[in-house]
Design a protein around this ligand. Structure first.
Ligand code: GLY
Length: 387
């Protein structure tokens, strides 16, 4: 029961008496806020909206059905991505994901729940095929955000998650093929690539600038999902899924087996809150697939949500983050001959009003979406560079 003589209660009551209805709205919306509100209306949609990476059509369909039935947004997307995590044919996520350089599958995931502003994540998790569900339990049951390796596995075991061998025959055979070609394209840099770039934005150490590359690598542009070179599949593939309920609540989830043939313990952007996934219930939700090292270094998903808060359409916010990555990619081994990043990153974003978008570093990508007038489908991503 408020005390009418309490100073805070008195000031609130006096302010409410002086400002009523539209006057309150106007006082709370100075020019910048009004501009943001106007930008937010562009592309707004009624009802639930779910977006995901291109491998997530089934996931967005399932999540949308659950949201329509009134499910919590995080529960809906964790159920959606489970379809992909359980699929042994998808070599980028969960069961059947490509392993690390020692032939062991290590999974990463994080979740954010907008209404409660809670987050959970697991990294380098072995033997449990649904890391997104484990990450959700970290958010629900602990005061922590990120559990890794053996600790994450023990946590999952205690909760009754089933342990199993995640290395399918198909992934093991691919690993054996990669082993047999070892050293041509692994993740250990050559000695002449050890130097960190010289101090100063744009400065490059000898051998790191555009020009002839000593360590020529194939164009990695397709590795966002899966690219096969000389019979060996490579990937930084992942599934990201963000949802917005009819009432405007938000959640985001990213789950992956990470970079194929990685050094054991390598963690990409997917379990890093603010990099592979970020949700702010007042603004929007965003996530990433593709080269995690690049996404981490620009806090990709957080950058996109901040841009949406400043008034960007989701697609423009995704393009902004891609341009930031392009501007900051310096080593020659990561550049095309004309100085563009030689790898793929794709961003996905949905705003609180239901507007959504996606953009990729290189053209030719699609993303999955359900809601905003139609069922689960693919739509073309905007892009920074045309292949
Ligand atoms: N984006 C997934 C990874 O780099 O691990």
């Amino acid at each position: 029961m408020p005390n009418p003589h309490d100073r805070r209660t008195f000031i609130a009551a006096a302010t409410a008496a002086a400002l009523t209805g539209p006057a309150i709205a106007a006082a709370q919306q100075p020019g910048r806020e009004r501009r943001r509100a106007e930008a937010r209306r562009t592309g707004a949609a009624d009802g639930p909206v779910v977006i995901a990476s291109g491998n997530g059509v089934a996931a967005v369909g399932r999540a949308h059905d659950l949201l329509t039935a009134g499910a919590d947004p995080l529960d809906a997307i964790v159920a959606g991505v489970k379809i992909v995590e359980d699929d042994p044919e998808d070599m980028t996520v969960g069961l059947g994901g490509l392993p690390n350089e020692e032939g062991v599958v290590e999974l990463d995931s994080c979740v954010m729940h907008g209404p409660s502003a809670r987050a959970g994540a697991v990294a380098s998790l072995r033997n449990i095929k649904n890391p997104a569900a484990v990450a959700r339990e970290v958010a629900r049951r602990t005061d922590h955000v990120l559990l890794v390796g053996e600790g994450a596995l023990r946590f999952a075991r205690r909760l009754g998650f089933k342990e199993e061998n995640l290395l399918t025959d198909k992934a093991r055979e691919a690993w054996l093929r990669w082993r047999s070609r070892l050293n041509r394209d692994d993740d250990w840099l050559q000695e002449d690539e050890f130097d960190l770039p010289a101090v100063g934005r744009g400065a490059m150490a000898p051998g790191h600038g555009p020009g002839p590359r000593r360590h020529a690598r194939p164009l990695l542009a397709l590795r966002d999902h899966l690219e096969t070179i000389d019979g060996v599949p490579y990937t930084t593939g992942t599934i990201h899924c963000s949802a917005r309920t009819a009432g405007g609540d938000l959640a985001g989830c990213t789950t992956t087996s990470g970079l194929s043939w990685k050094i054991p313990g390598r963690v990409g952007d997917s379990p890093i809150i603010g990099a592979g996934n970020f949700t702010d219930n007042a603004v929007g939700s965003a996530g990433a697939t593709g080269r995690g090292e690049a996404v981490i270094q620009v806090c990709g998903a957080h950058t996109i949500v901040m841009r949406m808060d400043a008034g960007d359409h989701p697609t423009d916010a995704c393009l902004y983050a891609l341009k930031t990555i392009a501007d900051r990619t310096k080593p020659a081994r990561l550049l095309t001959d004309d100085g563009r990043p030689n790898f793929q990153v794709v961003f996905y974003a949905v705003r609180k009003d239901g507007a959504y978008g996606s953009a990729s570093m290189w053209s030719g990508r699609t993303f999955a979406v359900a809601g905003a007038g139609s069922g689960a489908r693919h739509e073309a991503c905007a892009f920074l560079y045309e292949r």
